[in-house]
Design a protein around this ligand. Structure first.
Ligand SMILES: *[C@@H]1O[C@H](CO)[C@@H](O)[C@H](O)[C@H]1NC(C)=O
Ligand SMILES: *[C@@H]1O[C@H](CO)[C@@H](O)[C@H](O)[C@H]1NC(C)=O
Length: 330
């Protein structure tokens, strides 16, 4: 009898502890500040109220570029990217695009670097959303997506590690994957590089952590996607409307939440191999970031499992309003 009571007590305490852990450490995004409701359109030097992902699209493609202390790498990446897209524009008169750079509270002159670049390319529609306080890559991507105007929206890293011309492959695969209602995501993937020299020659600890991470991701429920972390993902507008207003995680692991939401909503996903080369200056700290990632993975799964986080907008009858955009529950 006492044994049973002890056991019950133990279980109750265990549950309380888990709930406390959830309450204390679950990511909950801060609300955008007043200034973050505006962005700078460099072409016209206008400060404009940001549009909403729920508005009708007005360009073919939005690029969302999260940038934190990227004054060196960003102009090079922009140059390659813009060259590719301008070439496409010449051959296809109906193609239009915008570049949204989300400055994630950089401490260097990232904004100035982007502005200087834009001055030299006056025909290119570059917009800067400046976050007043650093959020993390996931937060920056989310904020950018929420004000994108594209029929399709691409998230792409500022470091230029992926070859931008691979966009054509993503588009092609997305077109054959998208469902009747217009939902679909093409996920860039480096999984084919795992057995190549570039990866094998990495340190033991790095490869060990990579395997551990993959196992954890698989256990927690992302199946069928081998490389969840590649920063090159193409969304149809419908998919972006469903995924990004529901995001909580702002740090590295946000890709997982993004894919988890997509899979739970039955958005068709396709993984597309991309060329990729490691660029110096990675901001991932192996040990602390790995620990944080593992913790956040559990948090995401637990929050969805226990119903603390809900997906607010099912496919049909989506009635978006400002208040639900950041209604984090915990
Ligand atoms: C951009 O690319 C052009 C060639 O396409 C090159 O002449 C120019 O120096 C590049 N600019 C930057 C900032 O890399
Ligand atoms: C031109 O661009 C538009 C918008 O992206 C696209 O829908 C169309 O298929 C393109 N046409 C050709 C011939 O590639």
């Amino acid at each position: 009898m006492t044994l049973l009571l002890l056991l019950l007590g133990g279980i109750v305490i265990g549950i309380v502890l888990v709930l406390c852990f959830l309450l204390i450490s679950s990511p909950s995004p801060r609300k955008p500040t007043e200034n973050e409701g505006y962005y700078n359109v460099l072409q016209t030097e206008d400060r404009q109220k940001t549009p909403s992902i729920f508005d009708p699209p007005s360009v073919s493609l939005s690029l969302i570029v999260p940038a934190f202390d990227e004054s060196k790498r960003l102009p090079i990446m922009l140059n390659d990217t813009v060259d590719f897209l301008e070439t496409r524009k010449k051959t296809n008169g109906s193609f239009t695009y915008e570049v949204i750079i989300v400055d994630d509270g950089s401490r260097d002159n990232t904004i100035q670097a982007a502005t200087d670049y834009a001055r030299n390319r006056p025909t290119v529609d570059i917009r800067i959303l400046a976050l007043e306080k650093n959020r993390g890559k996931g937060g920056a991507v989310t904020q950018g997506m929420l004000c994108a105007r594209g029929e399709q929206c691409l998230m792409v890293d500022a470091d230029g590690a992926t070859e931008f011309s691979d966009l054509a492959n993503l588009e092609e695969k997305l077109e054959s994957t998208v469902n009747e209602e217009g939902y679909g995501i093409a996920v860039g993937s480096r999984s084919h590089l795992v057995s190549t020299e570039a990866v094998v020659k990495r340190s033991f600890i790095r490869n060990f952590l990579m395997r551990a991470f993959h196992t954890l991701v698989y256990t927690l429920g992302i199946r069928g996607i081998e490389d969840t972390q590649c920063g090159f993902k193409l969304f149809t507008r419908k998919a972006a409307q469903l995924v990004f207003p529901n995001m909580h995680v702002e740090r590295w692991i946000f890709d997982i939440e993004c894919l988890m939401i997509a899979q739970s909503q039955k958005i068709p996903l396709v993984e597309v191999q991309v060329k990729w080369h490691e660029i110096d200056g990675s901001k991932v700290n192996l040990i602390t970031d790995s620990a944080q990632m593992a913790r956040d993975l559990f948090l995401i799964r637990l929050n969805f499992m226990l119903g603390f986080w809900k997906i607010h907008c099912r496919i049909a009858g989506c009635a978006p309003s400002d208040q639900y955009v950041w209604s984090s529950v915990v």
